[in-house]
Ligand binder design. Structure first.
Ligand SMILES: Cc1cc2nc3c(=O)[nH]c(=O)nc-3n(C[C@H](O)[C@H](O)[C@H](O)COP(=O)(O)OP(=O)(O)OC[C@H]3O[C@@H](n4cnc5c(N)ncnc54)[C@H](O)[C@@H]3O)c2cc1C
Length: 321
């Protein structure tokens, strides 16, 4: 009978992605309830070079699966992961809900005959039965899922939703050979994305971000001027970028940019959806202005103003004149 957890590590250009530690953290938290060992599969041209980074607290075994491609290739990834599944027979497989994860997880679930869910941000295991919570309807609802009759479940976990594993462990390292597999696509080269007009959200230390509270396109200019006066980089939530009121390069969040260097984030008229928070909730100093006292953004804000962003803008513009 299937037992144990198989974590599929993610690496990009020879470096383990942070989500790998989160997958291991999630595995560690439920290890005792699932039963069996936690194995981490590293699929790369030179997996041995990444093994140390996966030997973290909770990991029993690191599996090295060498493949012939330097960059992510879905067919090779599925074949390699399937090799680990065949040899370890895990009851739970954890993969990242990431661009690469989207490229192979569904195919792997089919081949591994596993129940499957994407965008999972909570897992429970009760008497061996796995239930998972995932986002639904653009986060307007959460969906609780079970996997009746399945010996095996594959969950693609949302980045930043699980605490990262820490602390080195004495995990064993085993190399498995991956069967020769025909790849149906081939990586040619990386291409620089179109210029973002000098907008650098990841590098900005002070971001003034506007959301749908801005009301209409004509009002955006006022906040662009305010940002300039305050020497902040102007950011926005997705609806503002989707509407074309500001370029996509200014969007903060899950499908936008991460405010990686930010020390002060001023959120004006932003509700605080989980997708927006994904790009900024880590910032130490968040100041939120929202007319709704129950807005979720206040849960992550150090300082909050329940009020009108236009009133606050007026005051600030006088102050910074
Ligand atoms: C796959 C996926 C990826 C996504 N990626 C992103 C992403 O990267 N970034 C992102 O931002 N969203 C993203 N979203 C969208 C996200 O779910 C939310 O819809 C979005 O963040 C909401 O933007 P908002 O807060 O500006 O708008 P709303 O949720 O409409 O909030 C507007 C807020 O303004 C307040 N307000 C109104 N008038 C005023 C006023 N005069 N003064 C002060 N406050 C006022 C309201 O009380 C409200 O809280 C994504 C969604 C999906 C499904």
């Amino acid at each position: 009978m299937a037992q144990g957890i198989l974590v599929i590590a993610e690496q990009r250009r020879g470096v383990l992605s942070p989500v790998t530690q989160e997958l291991i953290g999630a595995a560690r938290a439920i290890k005792n309830d699932v039963g069996g060992a936690v194995s981490v599969a590293i699929i790369a041209r030179d997996p041995a070079s990444l093994a140390e980074g996966a030997r973290l607290d909770g990991v029993d075994e690191v599996l090295l699966l060498p493949v012939t491609a330097d960059e992510f290739q879905p067919d090779l990834h599925v074949a390699a992961a399937m090799q680990a599944v065949s040899e370890r027979d895990p009851s739970l497989i954890l993969a990242p809900h990431s661009v690469d994860g989207w490229g192979y997880a569904a195919a792997l679930a089919v081949q591994a005959d596993a129940g499957f869910a994407t965008d999972v941000f909570a897992i429970q295991v009760d008497a061996g039965e796995v239930t998972a919570v995932r986002g639904a309807y653009g986060e307007r609802a959460h969906a609780l899922l079970e996997f009746p009759g399945r010996d095996r479940v594959l969950l693609a976990l949302r980045p930043s939703a699980f605490p990262a594993a820490e602390g080195a462990a004495d995990s064993t390292v085993t190399e498995l050979s991956v069967p020769e597999t025909a790849a149906r696509s081939r990586h040619l080269e990386f291409i620089d994305p179109p210029s973002e007009g000098g907008v650098d959200i990841p590098g900005a230390e002070f971001i003034l971000s506007i959301g749908r509270g801005v009301g209409e396109e004509d009002n955006v200019e006022e906040f662009a001027e305010l940002a300039e006066q305050m020497q902040a980089v102007l950011g926005c939530s997705r609806p503002i970028a989707d509407a074309g009121w500001l370029p996509k390069a200014r969007q903060v969040g899950y499908s936008g940019k991460t405010a990686s260097s930010c020390k002060l984030y001023l959120a004006l008229g932003i509700s605080g959806s989980v997708q927006h928070l994904a790009g900024m909730k880590h910032v130490e100093n968040i100041i939120a202005v929202n007319s709704d006292a129950n807005a979720g953004i206040f849960n992550v804000a150090r300082y909050g103003v329940v009020g009108d962003m236009f009133e606050v803008s007026k005051e600030l513009r006088q102050h910074f004149e």
